[in-house]
Design a protein around this ligand. Structure first.
Ligand code: TYM
Length: 339
């Protein structure tokens, strides 16, 4: 049994506007966890720099950082309960990431599927930061000795690497249990929300088609239209789980309904068994509009006062630093840095 007190850490990249996958896979669970454990929620602006969009447009990165902060708060992350901050304000993330660059192995990074997916055939042109990205992610988590990391399914492999880094550091420096082995928290029906245009592809910020995703800032008409136009097949909804085989789009829409309504998938299948898609989509659109439009409205209200957002981030960064500084001091002592 680990002696580490339970502590949650998670983050999102301010690379673009957030979408339904970010909300159902992560944010919604973050909000719940606030009442169970101490939580740190970070806007990972240093990670955003690994992609050309974050690197080339400084004003856009600032704006996206504030927008993601507003999305966290509008979705229910409460800066009074949780520590809410942006990564670059706490320098210990970068300091520990360097040490982890030396602990991590090339072979580990070579196995990362997200890097392969993001770079495709053009690996040579990718930034070095994109390659070592999972080690910065490990530093984000471990600089607080966080024990639980709520994320979507696509982050599982990165989290396994964080555990490998923690384990190797503990072993190399003979400090059993110095770093906890962080546990992924991947729960609910929305852990892998798929594209509305292709049920075999993940819903993603980088998809060229805006019709592939529902953005948290979409208005009611846009949400309804995107759901109406979502790809489906001609058959009615099946009566059991088995009937979804080979029907990725139907599967995805049912999962979205279950996650948005906070009900088990089985209950949703039972409710809509035999139903035509036109009717199901209209109910799904009503539900999505009811859940998401208040978030967009609250985001607009918050973004009207960027100075207040900056104050929240600065105050969160102070609290985060208070946890990270002593951990980093101990790491420096362990590795032999004279301070
Ligand atoms: P990012 O910014 O790509 O995504 C943020 C969160 O949203 C989840 N997510 C999804 N969940 C379900 N379905 C989808 N289609 C979908 N798309 C995205 C992601 O799983 C994630 O939880 N590397 C991270 C950011 C990060 C981080 C960390 C996370 C940096 N440091 C430390 C946890 C702990 C990322 O790029 O997430």
């Amino acid at each position: 049994m680990s002696a580490h007190p339970k502590l949650v850490f998670s983050g999102m990249q301010p690379t673009n506007v957030l979408h339904l996958g970010n909300y159902l896979g992560a944010l919604k669970n973050w909000v719940k966890l606030q009442d169970e454990m101490a939580c740190l929620y970070c806007v990972v602006d240093m990670h955003a720099m690994t992609q050309d969009t974050g690197y080339r447009h400084p004003r856009e990165l600032e704006a996206a950082t504030r927008e993601v902060t507003a999305a966290y708060i509008a979705s229910g992350v409460d800066p009074k309960k949780s520590i809410l901050f942006n990564q670059s304000q706490v320098r210990e993330h970068a300091e520990l990431a360097w040490i982890f660059n030396c602990v991590g192995r090339l072979g580990w990074l070579d196995r990362m599927t997200q890097f392969k997916e993001k770079t495709g055939k053009h690996k040579e042109r990718a930034s070095v930061g994109l390659y070592t990205y999972p080690l910065l992610m490990a530093a984000d988590i471990l600089v607080y000795k966080a024990t639980h990391v709520p994320v979507g399914e696509d982050q599982r492999q990165h989290l396994e690497l964080s555990r490998d880094v923690a384990q190797k550091f503990n072993k190399d420096y003979e400090v059993a249990d110095f770093f906890p082995l962080p546990e992924p928290v991947i729960i609910g029906a929305g852990t892998r929300v798929m594209s509305l245009r292709d049920g075999t592809k993940k819903m993603s910020k980088s998809d060229e088609s805006d019709y592939s995703r529902i953005n948290l800032t979409d208005d009611a008409d846009t949400i309804a239209q995107k759901i109406r136009k979502a790809r489906t097949d001609p058959n009615p909804l099946p009566e059991s789980d088995k009937g979804f085989e080979g029907r990725a789009e139907a599967d995805n829409l049912v999962n979205i309904y279950a996650a948005l309504s906070d009900r088990p998938r089985e209950a949703v299948i039972a409710q809509f068994a035999g139903c035509q898609f036109s009717q199901f989509k209209s109910e799904l659109a009503d539900l999505a509009v009811a859940r998401l439009t208040p978030i967009a409205a609250e985001m607009r209200r918050l973004l009207a006062d960027p100075a207040e957002i900056d104050r929240i981030l600065a105050s969160g960064a102070d609290k985060a630093r208070a946890i990270a500084t002593p951990v980093m001091a101990e790491v420096k002592r362990l590795v032999g840095f004279v301070t």
